[in-house]
Design a protein around this ligand. Structure first.
Ligand code: ADP
Ligand code: MG
Length: 377
């Protein structure tokens, strides 16, 4: 694991003591979509290595425009030209190694609807091999290869959580129920675990579940933006005991969590549910890095079914997906603030770690041509 973490520059996550991080948080900026380019939308995000800056334009009292720069630091920031294969190396790859060694790991895609969560985690519309057209992608797990697994077999399950209810995406959206047993382990009754014998058939399962998910969509608000999709891969021993496991979670659109003014009662309920689950998720991930204490996983269905991810020697990677466009600035900042709080650690292990979002500079400058130039320059 050390070698694989070192290969991708995350070796400081090895030799974890209880006070050291088991989480890494990355940001992925998507390119402007063709529609945004057509509208000549401004790209307000610059990214480089470990930092990203959001340029926000504001009007001063005297109506001149000035720019606020919001700078954030993360373990890694993927720019718009990064492919899923590059993202895989720094996000999923170390998790896969951990699973192969018998560990448990989770990778989340967080962000506003349209920011690229599904593109990153599950791919958009391409299954298996073949050339990838621009704007389309294969699932994050496409570069996966299982080294000699010897006695281990691979199982996959895939389900959706919508309004606190679970639906199996590999079994005709069958309704599922999460139950806690006497030992407080959470089981999902009836969940279909499909055995896969190659990466190719794993990718086919992902594509099948993703199709099932989008079929439930209707109108302007696709269900996929209001539901969490959870893919689990298990490595099992010959006697069916679980050797290692990994979750890939395509979270519901984070903007839904703040949609409390929606006139539609159902949308408001959905929003409240999403809000609750994303808050619980943040608290649960943060508790991974605390020396002891309470993990509030019962606060939502999402965190309840992911309970294993928040205890023991589990590794977590969060990918915060952001849109680059000016019209998304507010949601982009919200996403980066959420990711920043997930990353913010109790034991400060580095100068940059745990630093809160700060407006590093606010040089007054003219941003739009219709405004008076501010003499301060
Ligand atoms: P979300 O799941 O967060 O709602 P999607 O993954 O559906 O967002 O992405 C929205 C659109 O942007 C899709 O058309 C997708 O193909 C495109 N897109 C997202 N991320 C990228 C990327 N990194 N490169 C190219 N296109 C992208
Ligand atoms: Mg999506």
């Amino acid at each position: 694991l050390y070698q694989s973490l070192k290969a991708v520059g995350l070796q400081h996550h090895y030799h974890r003591k209880s006070s050291e991080p088991r989480i890494w948080v990355c940001v992925r900026k998507r390119p402007l979509t063709p529609a945004e380019e057509w509208r000549q939308e401004t790209d307000v995000v610059t990214s480089s290595g470990e930092s990203c800056v959001v340029h926000e334009s504001r009007a001063a009292v005297d109506l001149t425009q000035y720019e606020l720069k919001h700078r954030f630091y993360f373990d890694h920031v993927f720019g718009e030209s990064c492919s899923n294969e590059e993202v895989y190396l720094k996000t999923a790859f170390p998790l896969v190694q951990h699973m192969l060694q018998g560990g448990s790991a989770t990778c989340f895609a967080y962000g506003q609807t349209g920011a690229g969560k599904t593109h990153t985690m599950l791919g958009s519309g391409v299954s298996g091999a073949g050339p990838v057209r621009s704007g389309r992608s294969r699932p994050l797990l496409s570069p996966l290869s299982f080294p000699a697994l010897a006695h281990l077999t691979v199982f996959v399950s895939f389900f959706e959580i919508y309004c606190g209810q679970l639906y199996d995406l590999l079994d005709n959206r069958k309704r599922l129920f999460a139950r806690e047993d006497g030992q407080r382990n959470v089981h999902i009754a009836g969940l279909c675990h499909r055995r896969v014998d190659s990466v190719h058939s794993l990718l086919q399962m992902i594509s099948r579940g993703t199709d099932e998910r989008s079929q439930g969509s209707s109108g302007v608000n696709p269900v996929s933006s209001r539901s969490h999709a959870l893919l689990q891969i298990q490595l099992r021993e010959a006697d069916q005991t679980v050797h290692g496991r990994m979750w890939f979670v395509d979270l519901a659109g984070s903007e839904r969590a703040s949609d409390s003014r929606d006139p539609d009662r159902r949308s408001r309920m959905e929003g409240a549910e999403i809000n609750q689950s994303l808050l619980a998720l943040k608290e649960c991930i943060r508790s991974l890095d605390q020396e002891q204490g309470h993990t509030p996983f019962r606060q939502s269905k999402l965190t309840q079914v992911l309970k294993d991810s928040f205890i023991g020697d589990s590794l977590t990677c969060m990918i915060a997906n952001i849109s680059p466009g000016l019209s998304s600035t507010e949601h982009t900042l919200n996403t980066l603030r959420y990711a920043d709080r997930v990353k913010e650690l109790k034991g400060q292990t580095g100068q940059r770690r745990g630093r809160r979002v700060k407006n590093i500079s606010s040089p007054k400058q003219n941003l739009s041509q219709g405004c008076r130039r501010h003499s301060g320059g």
